[in-house]
Structure formats: C-alpha cells, structure tokens
Design a protein around this ligand. Structure first.
Ligand code: HEM
Length: 486
C-alpha cells in the first residue's frame, strides 16, 4: 500500500513537473507514451503543428516517442545545424538504418543508400542526367508534351467548361514526361479520357504510408507489416503494382536492345547500353528496378506538386500573374527564351519555399556529435528537417515569411538572389543536392509560361486546399479549377 501511495505521488509530481517546466511550446513528454498523444492529436495538421513548435523553441526540439520504443528525433530547422550536417560534417551523417527500413520499397536506389553505393549511384546519375544528348532530348520532349498533351487537355476543359483538378493534370504531365525520359515511351496518361494509372496511385499510397511509418513506433508498424494489415497491407499491394510495372519496362527494353531496335537516349537505355562506355557495374533487373523507381519518385511528384502549389498561389495573387505576363511579353519571343525570365524564376522559387514538394528530410549520425545549436546527437537518434516549417520561421525569412513575394528573390539590379542551400533546403544541400534541379526548372518554366500566356484559372468556390499526410506535399483534395482561354 505504502509503495502504491509513493508511486502515485511520484507520478503526479513527474506529470506536473513536465507540464509546468514546458514553457517552450514543445509537446509534453508523458510517462509511458512520451509525446505520441499530442502528435496523434495533430497528425492531420502535422506540418503546421511542427512549424508552431519550432517557432517557439529556438528552431530545434527533441521529440520523444513512447518508452521502450527507442524513438527519439531531433527536429531542427536551424540553418547552422543544417549546414553542419549536410555539408561540413557530411561524412558523419548517413540516411541511417532507420531511414533504410522505413523506405524499404526504394531498395538500393540512390535515395536509400549511403557511402560507396551512394557515390556509385551519384556518379552514374550525374553522368546520365548531364549527358548532352539527354539534355537535348529532355527539352524536346517537354515541349512536345506541352503541345500534344497539356494544351489539348486545357483547351478541352475550357471549351466544355469543365471543372478540372490541376494537381491531377500536372501529375499526369510529369508522369508521362518521366516515363519518356526514363524508358523512352510515353504512356499517354494525360488525355481527355483521364485513363486510370495504377502506377501513380501506387506511388501516392507508398508515400502516404512512409509518413505513417515515421509517426508510429517501428515495432508497431513492423508487426502490422508482418500480419499485412491496415496501412501496411495498402503498402504491400502498392509495392507489387510498382514492381509489376517497372519489371515489365525493363524486360521490354532488354528485348528492344537485343533486337538493336533502340534509338533513344532515355535513361534506361543509357544504363543498359554497353556502348555508352560508362562503368555500370551492375545492370541486373533488381539494380535497374531500384534505380528507375528513384527516378520516377524524383521526377513525377516533385515537379508536379511544385506546379500545383505555384498555380494555387497565382490564383490568390493576380498581381503576380500580371507581372509574369508583362515579363513574358517583353522577354519571351521564342520558347528557348525561358532562361531569361527572372520574375518567373523568383515566383517559382517563392512557391517552392512556401510549399516544398519534399516536405522533410531525415538523417542519422554514425558517431555522437554536438550540433552548433548545442544539441547532443547519437546514432540511436534520427534528425528531421522540416522544409515546410523552415519557410515559416520569422528568424530565417523575416516577418513577412508567410507572404508570397517573388520580389524576395530579385536584387535591386534585377538579378536572381541565390540563397544558400542550408537556408533554402528545398533541393537539399551539400554533396546530396538534387541532381534534377535544372531539369525541374526547365519543365516548370515551359509549363508556367505556356499556361500564364494562354489561360486563366478560377478556383472552384468552397473547394478546400490543404496538405495531405504524406512525405510529399500533396493537396488532399486536389486543386479544382475552371479553365478559361485568355
Ligand atoms: C521541383 C522539383 C524537385 C525538387 C523540389 C527536388 C528535391 C529534391 C530533394 C529534397 C532531394 C534530396 C532527397 C533525399 O536525399 O532524401 C533530391 C534528390 C534528388 N533529386 Fe530532386 N527534386 C526535384 C526534381 C528532380 C527531378 C526532375 C529529378 C530527375 C529525375 C531529380 C533527381 C534527384 C536525384 C537523382 C536525387 C538524389 C541525389 C542524391 O541523393 O545524391 N529531382 N531532390
């Protein structure tokens, strides 16, 4: 009895101490469940919730999961920490084994590996994405897709006065585009028949479940995975669909190569074609599957979501639309002039800042370290950077950080201001910086210039635009608009 009383007094003291000492706005660390309850309560608005905590906790806070789950994460948006982890002390910070397990669907693709295997992937990807023939192929194919896919679909929507989901249109556009660039075949998902695309749906599903795997303790989701129930069942099914599609593409390409029918410079051909003289050590189906899946993930969602949020912001900011139109009239006489569009570039950077398609990043230290913010980190911890929250920190972007201001990116002399990547982390920083940044800007500028010049969008009244729960910043209900020709 005495023991029970003592335990109750101790527990009450512990609870009150935890609640009252917590002035910073970090969630209360409850006995047994740690910070899991406030996290679950806020899961539907997780990105805003994390932003609010970081604003009141000097840009970093320690998240503790339930006791005995070994779930400890330092969430940080402190540029000094990011610079330290991503660049200065890069060799100590891997994606880590937790990341590898959570993202298991990606296999040994570039996003999911570290050290020598990553270096190998990186040098291959660098060579092929930068290949002069591939770059030319890329620009030609983007323009072709705009003319033969995007314009006919938008014209149809305008003529028929249809309500369309712009997010879906951009996802189809980038999916067709990345299929062409990776495999040399356009799958034709962007058409007025709106064909069902199981592969795209499967990618959405794995990205959603991956976010849940960050929230639910590892031991719990592993049990669900073992029994193939709940979200893990959805994940497994999606994985099967992805594999089926990719292995078919590889088999088709092998057959074409065998018959010497291949003429393209798509990425799969470059990886398989021995005459390219590039040292691809492993061209097994599994290696190619992991490589290609990474390209699909990198190339489909990122650019399509960037375009979706960009047009969402334009609909709310007609002033910016007029300024882009002025610039297009003055500076764009032919399609190749998109590189001179400074204001459009600034507007795209500003949309990416506020709505980063890859919403957060994870790292794991290989050895204990002390971060510039003073936080001690060790190999049992994960470090999470929230790019969404970073844009909303007054101490980083100023008091107007919530505003959509393309001018933020343009100097007095009319040139683009290049912010350091540890402040503008949207394309990552340091040796693992995104390899598709130029490709993405080319795609976004061609699409944005074509649309702003020729169409106007009106948002559907009452339509709610909120981020979904996913590792990508997808709009939960899409972006429903009416299209008008201008
Ligand atoms: C707006 C568009 C894009 C954004 C915001 C973006 C963002 C990012 C981010 C945040 C990473 C780091 C991911 C991580 O390490 O977990 C990354 C890496 C990468 N991105 Fe992009 N990306 C975009 C478009 C593209 C495109 C079109 C491609 C080409 C297919 C591409 C290829 C890659 C590759 C290969 C990496 C891996 C780099 C490495 O680990 O060394 N990205 N990107």
């Amino acid at each position: 009895m005495e023991y029970l009383k003592f335990s109750l007094v101790f527990l009450s003291f512990f609870l009150f101490w935890n609640i009252f000492r917590n002035k910073s706005g970090t969630p209360t660390n409850w006995p047994l469940v740690g910070m899991l309850l406030p996290l679950l309560r806020n899961v539907n608005r997780i990105h805003d919730w994390v932003s609010e905590i970081l604003e009141t906790s000097q840009l970093s806070f320690l998240f503790k999961g339930p006791w005995f789950t070994n779930m400890e994460m330092l969430v940080t948006v402190d540029p000094a920490n990011i610079h330290h982890i991503m660049t200065k002390n890069f060799s100590n910070y891997a994606k880590g084994t937790k990341f590898n397990e959570i993202f298991d669907v990606m296999g040994d693709g570039i996003f999911n590996v570290d050290f020598d295997l990553w270096k190998y992937h990186r040098s291959m990807a660098h060579t092929f994405i930068g290949h002069p023939q591939f770059r030319h192929f890329l620009v030609v194919k983007i323009q072709e897709k705009v003319e033969k896919g995007l314009i006919p679909v938008l014209d149809h929507a305008a003529n028929e006065r249809l309500v369309v989901d712009l997010q879906d249109i951009f996802a189809r556009f980038t999916f067709d585009n990345i299929c062409t660039l990776v495999m040399g075949h356009d799958v034709g998902s962007l058409s007025i028949d709106w064909p069902h695309v199981p592969f795209s749906k499967a990618l959405d599903d794995v990205e959603e479940v991956i976010l849940y795997r960050h929230i639910v303790p590892m031991s719990v989701w592993k049990v669900l995975r073992w029994f193939r129930i709940g979200k893990e069942r959805k994940y497994k099914r999606a994985w099967e669909i992805l594999d089926e599609f990719i292995y078919k593409c590889i088999a088709k390409k092998r057959a074409e190569l065998g018959k010497n029918e291949v003429v393209g410079v798509d990425l799969l051909t470059l990886y398989m074609d021995k005459s390219q003289n590039v040292n691809v050590k492993d061209a097994s189906d599994k290696f190619l599957r992991d490589t290609i899946l990474s390209y699909f993930i990198a190339g489909r969602d990122t650019t399509s979501l960037a375009l979706s949020w960009f047009f969402y912001l334009l609909i709310k900011n007609p002033r910016v639309v007029s300024k882009i139109r002025d610039e297009l009239e003055k500076k764009m006489t032919k399609i190749d002039d998109f590189n001179n569009l400074v204001y459009l570039h600034g507007a795209l950077c500003e949309a990416l800042r506020l709505y980063p398609p890859v919403v957060f990043q994870a790292k794991g230290p290989t050895k204990p370290d002390t971060l510039p913010s003073g936080h001690e980190v060790n190999p049992n911890m994960q470090i999470i950077f929230s790019m969404y929250a970073m844009a909303r920190m007054k101490s980083i972007w100023g008091n107007d950080c919530y505003e959509f201001k393309p001018e933020r990116w343009i100097s007095e002399s009319g040139k683009i201001i290049h912010e350091p990547s540890y402040k503008f982390l949207v394309f990552n920083a340091g040796p693992r910086t995104c390899l598709g940044k130029d490709m993405a800007f080319t795609q976004m500028k061609v699409v944005a210039a074509t649309i702003v010049k020729n169409y106007e969008f009106q948002a559907l009244e009452g339509h709610l635009v909120v981020p979904d729960i996913s590792i990508m910043l997808r709009m939960k209900y899409g972006l429903k608009v009416q299209v008008f020709k201008s």
